[in-house]
Design a protein around this ligand. Sequence first.
Ligand SMILES: [Zn+2]
Length: 351
Amino acid sequence: MRVTGMAQWEAWQARTEPPVEEVRPGLWSIPVPIPDNPLRYTLCHLLTGSTGLVVVDPGWDSDAGWRALEEGLKSAAVTPADVTGIVVTHVHPDHHGLTARLRDASGAWVAMHPAERDSLPARAWRAAPDTDADGVWLAEAGVPAGVAAELGWKAGIVALLMGMPEPDVLLEDGDAVPLPGRRLTAVWTPGHTPGHLCLYEQDEDVLLTGDHVLPRISPNISLHPNSPAPPLGTYLASLERTASYDSAEALPAHEYRFHGLASRTGALRAHHEDRLAEILAVIGALGPTTAWQVTERLTWSRGWDSIQDTLRRSALGETLAHLVLLVERGQLAPQHPGSGSPVLYTLAGPG
Ligand SMILES: [Zn+2]
């Protein structure tokens, strides 16, 4: 892997924000700040066509973010009113947060993958039949009752998630983004989210990778109460597919741009295989174990004690995604004592 975005890389090291850059003719990278978040910014991308102007991943909804987006557009000699389309790689608030504000300022269409639309909290959560699905999910993962309250969603974030806009345009795998003068196609890369999209710009040979592949960190691959399918096996398959874009420069939504998608996706796959082996070792040593007990014993880069509140929920979701894959692979056997009781995992016996 070779870093190509040196200004972005230097800013990352210096803990500052990178500059707005014209990465290719008419393809701009605009850092939009994420308040109080170690990722610091989302790299929003702007693409001009022969007619029209598409913004990919507008970023987190804040006044500072909006100003950064406006400034970035100004560097490209355009304004929010000129935007004709908005594509989101996925609906997390650091990508989809500013979409409503930008759409209202421009009248632009909003596009995403159909599976991503279905995962919008306003759809997925309202469709959930049981109001305490979350409580049951936490209990079955073995989260102690005293801890479960800390892992619940906070009201502020729920309101924010529920207000995120629906798409006007659906992009399936291989579909062209409606931007005349550009050959920009959707590449469906489920895993980080069910409908995550990368976007391939054929003439410039660049792949906008969203959060699917980042140069330094491994994106969170989590099982949630509303997950439509176990995400880790899907993610590993998406990584394998992305390796075939090795000639392309990767333009991720965080950190910095780089070359070497085959080696980076290989490293991410190896990271997950290491994690799967670590989980088998923990369960081998402990005997029948809940997801929560496994989570507490795994190595976390920041240390388990420094992971708090909803970050513990992400860690638990990540462990569950790995446990489910090990069950699918026949290496673990789950024991389900009944709804609301902790599921225990043991090593699957031979045969
Ligand atoms: Zn992100």
